[in-house]
Design a protein around this ligand. Structure first.
Ligand code: MRU
Length: 347
């Protein structure tokens, strides 16, 4: 089952807020519903947000076309609505990238926009396969081991993409190749993408794994529990600084301390060469409610304030490797995004 797709003239997506207890598909026919699904994390994860952005523009274009009847497509109105979609979440660059790329087809009409959006969906599927292959080879090379133990955070699996995943896609590839000894997903406070989504995916793929509370991750790295740390990314700045789920930075520091490779796995669409460094990345703050309780149960006293950054930024000097579908960059050996050429897509 795909996490997000275009079915019979509308977007269908798995409502991730209900997992792991319920697998429910939400059919989205109107822009406000899509924006709401993005804001409440029914659809989430940078690559899935890119596809949601692109399919969202297709939805907008089709609806503007319908209301205009036989008249030429009102591209100004499509762009006005697309701007609202673009701003639904600020940190993952894939959302604005997907919106903007779908808009490049706008002058050719609503059908062309849909075709471009479907191309983005298909490219995501191929990119994840390629990242899995590059990532698995690299992990064996960097660790010098045929079977590895990997720590990861948040959910970077099929639920964060269309079909297969980025960092968790590498874990799946290692499993398929007989190279996964064990995975250690962190539960990922406050919304528990690791406990709810990654544990669900690992169980479905029959992978050996044990779930950790977030604060145990750095300590257990120092005790040698894992051979590598894999994370996904929401935005990779031109200098390699990487925004990802909050908690990634602490894992990077601990990985450095433990001498364990810290590997970012993300598609080229997450690389944002127009953002110079991590300091320029806007970090979404999701407010007090997610911190002060979970699932409608209040755990903190009423009336408190909280700081709730959904993401943090790992500086490039703590990153051993960045793996995309077209290349491997080793910032630790002085390699840069600017100077590393794109290579083959692997399949
Ligand atoms: O707030 P979320 O759940 O959208 O955060 C997702 C992450 O931080 C992922 O690690 C990132 O988007 C990469 S997903 C392949």
């Amino acid at each position: 089952m795909r996490t997000i797709d275009w079915i019979d003239g509308a977007i269908e997506l798995i409502d991730q807020t209900l997992l792991p207890h319920q697998v429910e598909v939400h059919r989205v026919t109107e822009l406000p519903e899509l924006i709401d699904d993005i804001k409440r994390l029914a659809v989430r994860g940078a690559p899935a947000l890119g596809v949601a952005g692109a399919l969202g523009v297709a939805l907008i274009a089709a609806s503007v076309q319908r209301s205009g009847g036989d008249e030429e497509l009102d591209t100004v109105e499509v762009r006005r609505q697309a701007a609202l979609l673009r701003e639904a979440r600020p940190t993952a660059v894939n959302l604005s990238w997907g919106v903007d790329r779908a808009l490049t087809a706008l002058d050719a009409g609503a059908d062309a926009v849909l075709e471009e959006a479907l191309r983005i969906r298909d490219e995501d599927i191929a990119a994840c396969i390629s990242m899995g292959l590059y990532g698995a080879d690299l992990t064996r090379e960097l660790t010098g081991k045929d079977r590895v133990r990997v720590m990861t955070i948040c959910n970077t699996g099929s639920l964060a993409t269309v079909e297969r995943g980025t960092a968790l896609g590498v874990i799946q590839t290692l499993l398929e190749q007989g190279s996964l000894e064990e995975a250690f997903p962190l539960e990922t406070r406050p919304l528990l993408q690791g406990a709810r989504l990654t544990a669900w995916e690992l169980q479905r793929m029959d992978a050996p794994f044990r779930l950790l509370v977030d604060s145990a991750g750095p300590f257990l790295l120092s005790r040698g529990i894992a051979d590598a740390v894999f994370i996904g990314a929401d935005r990779i700045a031109a200098n390699g600084d990487t925004a990802n789920k909050v908690g990634s930075f602490s894992l990077a520091l601990a990985a450095k301390h433990a001498g364990v490779p810290f590997i970012v796995v993300a598609p080229e669409s997450t690389v944002d060469m127009s953002t110079a460094s991590g300091a320029d990345i806007e970090i979404e703050d999701r407010g007090v409610d997610e911190v002060a309780g979970f699932g409608g149960v209040r755990t903190a006293p009423e009336g408190i304030a909280a700081v709730n950054p959904a993401f943090d930024v790992t500086p490039n000097e703590l990153i051993t490797a960045i793996v995309t579908e077209r290349r491997v960059i080793l910032p630790g050996r002085g390699e840069t995004l600017r100077d590393t050429p794109l290579g083959e897509l692997r399949a």
